[in-house]
Structures are given as structure tokens and as C-alpha cells.
Design a protein around this ligand. Structure first.
Ligand code: GLY
Ligand code: MN
Ligand code: MN
Length: 444
């Protein structure tokens, strides 16, 4: 399995500590276990920030970074080993494992945190934490601070500054290392294979969930624990619902099916969309819309390179789509005026992409000092223009209604432009029709 090497976690902790103010402390909790219903839990997924700095996969843990601490800068609070619990729920690293396998300098039982952590915080001037994103943890943090305050008359020194960790950490996460790109390539490869499998399995009379099953099969076979987000399998008019979730409708002759799905490998997401005809052959109208979206995506790729700014790719898609909609008679007027009045938003209402990484809509600022961010090597993003003509849109000729097309790929900025990570899925009309025809011949 391709994964982030241990040394990289250590490098990240050091890089973060190098940016922290002198005499400070950073404190981050692991994700809580989420209950699905009664005593059934959701599949556990570590918090992305916690994972980024530790690679530690367990719940009930707190990571502490104390730059300059003589007895060790990296402290992990985690569950103790417990033969009875491990028999039921699986192995735990314990404190020994936290040090041996996860690089902690010191490790303590999580049950001792209230006794130990106030003593570690005391005397530090600044506390870095993800303030506001986890109210329960914010309360704990204040409790620990109050323990120190209550001893002020005895000379205890509580910190005076509380700083949001997000700014430093999320900026680090925006730049993907070679190891991260390698993991993202693997997630993209498996997801591409899943889309190919779903195209091959596509038949009139199946259901949306039949194709979702094909995706899940490839994700799990490739070693992914789960999809990076709820897979969207949207046939016919459902393709015009941007974040459609039901996935239970029939696949009908003459309909398109839009699949937006990607798996997660070692907590790194992929995010691919393809749109194809259920019966293997695009109608004239479907092909016209599809090829327009594809042209918009190609124009966007050309705008992704160092020194180009974040919005250039989006602007390129808007121009191509607006001009194309005028040519098809779906919009009327002057292209520049239609762009200025945002008339295209009736058909293309989302942006051309987002940062991609440990979170599918990854962290990182899109603007700096009020200006669009300039792209740099190692930034990863999606490129996903779309056109959606609702089934009940009375403003367009009937033949266009119910067509929804999105094409989405994942890219990383390189020195000369960008690398497309998700090349493994056919994309042109000819390629997709050929793949689907071949699958039908083989099945017959
Ligand atoms: N899958 C959600 C998105 O494409 O942004
Ligand atoms: Mn997507
Ligand atoms: Mn996306």
C-alpha cells in the first residue's frame, strides 16, 4: 500500500514548530467517534489536521507540540493498552506504541490529561489551537487554563495569547510534498479504474445504485477504506442536482448518467466526475453539451501554472461555456455582456474547482490580501466545469431539458503547468462510446 512515510510526519511537526512563536504550545484533538444509531458507530476517520501531524489513527487522543521543550517537543495523550477492550475492538498503540511507532517523545494515558496538561501549558505564553471548530474541546482547553489561573496566587502563569492554529497549518497543507502527490496519484488511479468499471457496467434497466456498487468494488479492491465523500450517481434529470445523494433511480434508455465519486487513500481524497449515456451512445444534444463542457475544461487546464492566479481557470470556463451556449441558442446576446451579467449562471452555477487534499474541499485560502491566490508548485485542485439544464426549464427548447453534464479531474501544479492525476478515465465522446461498445460486445 502506498502511504505517507513516518519521516514525513516528523518533518511536518518540525516545520510547524519552526513557525510558532517562541515559548508557545499547540494542542490538537483526534476526531471523536461518531454514533450512527444506538450502539453502531460510523467508520472512524481521523481528523485531517491531527492526521497530518501524527499519522496516528486512533480516537481519544490529543497531540501536543512544545517547541524547545528539553524533555521532548512532541507529546501524545492516547488510550492505554487494555486486553479486554482490544479483544472486542482491536489493537491499540498504547503509550509505548505512540513513542516506538509514531515518533512521540513522551506519551501519557488520555485519562491522565486533566492532571498533566495544565502543568505543560503553564509558563507558556501562547496557545495554538483550532479555536471554534470543536466546542467540546474548546471547553476542555478553558478548563485546563482555569486550573492554572486558579493557582495564580501561588505563582502559576497562565498563557496570555490564544492563537488560531488553522492559519499556519492549513497553509502548510496547501502545498503537497512529493510523498503526498504519490498518495494522491494512487487515489486517483483507483478512482479512475472505478469510473471505467461503472462505464463498462452501464445498462438500461439497472439502477443508480448498481453503478455505485461497481465504484465501491474498485475502491475497496484498491485498498481504499472508504469514498472521500458520498458518491453521486445521478441519471436523467437527477444529473442536474449538483450534490444528488439518493442513488436509487432507474437507468433509462436515452438518459445520461453523471457520476461524481472518488476514493480516499491514507486520508487523501480524489474527486472525479464523468457523464455518459446509459445506453452507450450520446444523442446529438447530449454530445453538443458534453463537448462544450470538455472544451471549457481544456481551456481551464491551460490556465493552471505557476504565476497564474486561482480564478484564471474559472474565468476561462465561463468564457468558453457562455460563448458555447450562445452558439447553441441557449443564451442570446453579446458574450461579454452575458459574462458581465452572469447570465451563464442559469446553466453553470458553481465554480470551476476547489483545493484538493486530505479534505475533498481542502483547506487553504483562495485569496491573499484581497487578491486571488497565485498558483505555486505542489498546489492540488480540481477542474470541474458543468452545464445543467433542469428538466422543468421552460426557457429552452424541449430537446435540451434534463441534460446535466460535469467533467471533473484532479491536477497538481508543476513547474511548467499542471499534472493531471486522473488521466485513467476516458473522456472524449469517441473514447467513452468505444469503451462502452467494447464492454457490451464482450458481455454478449
Ligand atoms: N464531489 C464534490 C465536488 O465535486 O466538489
Ligand atoms: Mn466531485
Ligand atoms: Mn470537486
Amino acid at each position: 500500500m502506498i502511504h505517507i512515510p513516518k519521516a514525513e510526519y516528523s518533518r511536518r511537526r518540525k516545520a510547524l514548530m519552526a513557525q510558532m512563536e517562541p515559548n508557545s504550545i499547540a494542542i490538537l484533538p483526534a476526531a471523536a467517534v461518531a454514533i450512527r444509531n444506538r450502539d453502531v458507530e460510523h467508520v472512524y476517520r481521523q481528523d485531517s489536521d491531527f492526521q497530518y501531524l501524527s499519522g496516528f489513527p486512533e480516537p481519544q487522543a490529543v497531540l501536543v507540540l512544545m517547541p524547545g521543550r528539553v524533555h521532548g517537543e512532541y507529546i501524545l495523550f492516547c488510550r492505554e493498552r487494555n486486553a479486554e477492550r482490544e479483544l472486542w475492538d482491536g489493537l491499540r498503540a498504547g503509550q509505548e506504541g505512540a513513542i516506538r511507532d509514531f515518533g512521540a517523545d513522551d506519551a501519557f494515558p488520555i485519562t491522565d490529561i486533566d492532571d498533566i496538561l495544565p502543568g505543560l501549558i503553564e509558563g507558556r505564553d501562547r496557545v495554538y489551537s483550532a479555536m471554534g471548530s470543536n466546542p467540546e474541546f474548546d471547553r476542555h482547553l478553558m478548563d485546563w487554563i482555569n486550573v492554572i489561573r486558579s493557582k495564580a496566587s501561588l505563582g502559576a502563569q497562565p498563557p496570555n495569547e490564544y492563537v488560531a492554529l488553522d492559519h499556519l497549518l492549513h497553509d502548510m497543507r496547501l502545498y503537497k510534498s512529493a510523498a503526498e502527490v504519490k498518495v494522491m496519484r494512487e487515489a486517483a488511479r483507483i478512482s479512475a479504474q472505478a469510473h471505467v468499471r461503472a462505464m463498462q457496467a452501464s445498462r438500461v434497466g439497472l439502477h443508480e445504485f448498481s453503478l455505485e456498487a461497481e465504484l465501491d468494488y474498485e475502491f475497496r479492491k484498491g485498498g481504499a477504506k472508504m469514498p472521500a465523500y458520498g458518491s453521486i450517481v445521478a441519471a436523467g434529470r437527477n444529473s442536474c442536482i449538483l450534490h444528488y445523494q439518493q442513488n436509487d433511480a432507474l437507468l433509462k434508455d436515452g438518459d445520461l448518467v453523471l457520476i461524481d465519486a472518488g476514493c480516499e487513500i491514507d486520508c487523501y481524497a480524489s474527486d472525479i466526475t464523468r457523464t455518459w449515456p446509459v445506453n452507450g451512445k450520446y444523442s446529438a444534444e447530449q454530445k453538443a453539451i458534453y463537448e462544450l463542457v470538455l472544451a471549457a475544461q481544456e481551456a481551464a487546464f491551460a490556465e493552471i501554472a505557476p504565476n497564474k492566479h486561482w480564478n484564471q481557470a474559472h474565468e476561462a470556463t465561463v468564457r468558453v461555456i457562455t460563448a458555447g451556449l450562445v452558439e447553441l441558442g441557449l443564451l442570446q446576446g453579446d458574450v461579454d455582456e452575458l459574462i458581465a451579467s452572469e447570465a451563464y449562471k442559469a446553466f453553470y452555477m458553481h465554480r470551476a474547482g476547489h483545493w484538493l487534499g486530505m479534505d475533498v474541499h481542502d483547506v487553504g485560502e483562495y485569496k491573499v490580501g484581497g487578491e486571488w491566490r497565485v498558483l505555486e508548485v505542489g498546489m492540488a485542485l480540481t477542474v470541474e466545469p458543468g452545464i445543467y439544464i433542469a428538466a422543468d426549464n421552460q426557457n429552452v427548447a424541449k430537446k435540451w431539458r434534463g441534460i446535466g453534464v460535469r467533467i471533473e479531474d484532479d491536477v497538481v501544479v508543476t513547474k511548467t503547468g499542471c499534472e493531471i492525476l486522473t488521466k485513467g478515465v476516458p473522456k472524449t465522446v469517441a473514447e467513452i462510446e468505444a469503451l462502452m461498445a467494447q464492454a457490451r460486445t464482450q458481455a454478449a
